[in-house]
Write a protein that binds this ligand. Structure first.
Ligand code: F6R
Length: 239
């Protein structure tokens, strides 16, 4: 696991962009695994800026997102489908038919998403990390063998996300559909970004802790190509 510590969010986003750009420049048909949340927004802004200024094209790329809420429509303003269009897809030239997000709440929906990835290998999987160490919506205790599945969100995660739902936890969906840890680990390369002191415990458990389902992100210690880019606050508890 390569850990890069920089000053602040802007620098995290710039470093993450370098990793993403290196891939897309050398492989125009790269398969991108993408995340939502606050952490990758700066990376996505840099991708949009570079696309507009330097013409880097995503026309041949495909994308697969980690997760989506259950129980809200795709076109809901807080759906991850909407988030991805507003924060990335509408600003680059990726084709709508090449964009994939999980959707639904049945076993069949999960299997269909997993099968849609059967014939591709994700070249780079962008991840954030939850304050409890979750990746995707794989909360502590999730088996490392899980593929795409439906999860019940922990109260802490719903509290963290209430800021997007008028600060009302009751408006935050209770379930989500997410790639499992086994799905995430199939990616060739993992790019995890985290900032802020509230991520310091999770980053420390991921990098220095035992590999344990108590901190789902710790499984990344077993992956051969992981780049973790964090600011000083998120790195403050690293050994
Ligand atoms: C998002 C996702 C989540 C977030 C995590 C951190 O698709 O799967 O695991 O990456 O909750 O969220 P932020 O970046 O908002 O702190």
């Amino acid at each position: 696991m390569k850990v890069i510590v920089v000053e602040n969010y802007a620098e995290v986003s710039a470093e993450a962009f370098k990793v993403m750009h290196e891939l897309v420049a050398s492989k125009p048909n790269a398969v991108l695994g993408l995340a939502t949340g606050s952490s990758p927004i700066g990376l996505y802004e840099n991708m949009i800026k570079d696309h507009k200024e330097n013409g880097t094209s995503y026309a041949e790329c495909q994308s697969f997102n980690l997760d989506e809420y259950v129980g809200i429509d795709r076109n809901h303003e807080q759906s991850y489908y909407t988030f991805m269009h507003e924060n990335l897809f509408n600003g680059i030239d990726i084709k709508e038919e090449n964009v994939h997000l999980p959707y639904g709440n049945t076993k069949e929906d999960c299997e269909a998403y997993e099968r849609s990835m059967d014939n591709v290998t994700v070249d780079i999987q962008v991840l954030g990390i939850g304050s409890n160490g979750h990746i995707g919506f794989n909360e502590p205790g999730t088996s490392f063998d899980e593929e795409t599945h439906i999860v019940t969100l922990k109260e802490g995660t719903r509290k963290d996300n209430a800021r997007f739902f008028e600060n009302d936890i009751n408006k935050v969906p209770t379930h989500a559909i997410t790639m499992g840890i086994a799905t995430i680990m199939k990616a060739k390369k993992i790019l995890l970004v985290a900032t802020g002191a509230n991520k310091a415990d999770a980053v420390s458990a991921m990098v220095d802790g035992p590999v344990s389902v108590d901190c789902p992100a710790s499984v990344l210690q077993n992956h051969p190509d992981v780049v973790v880019i964090v600011d000083k606050a998120a790195a403050s508890k690293l050994k």
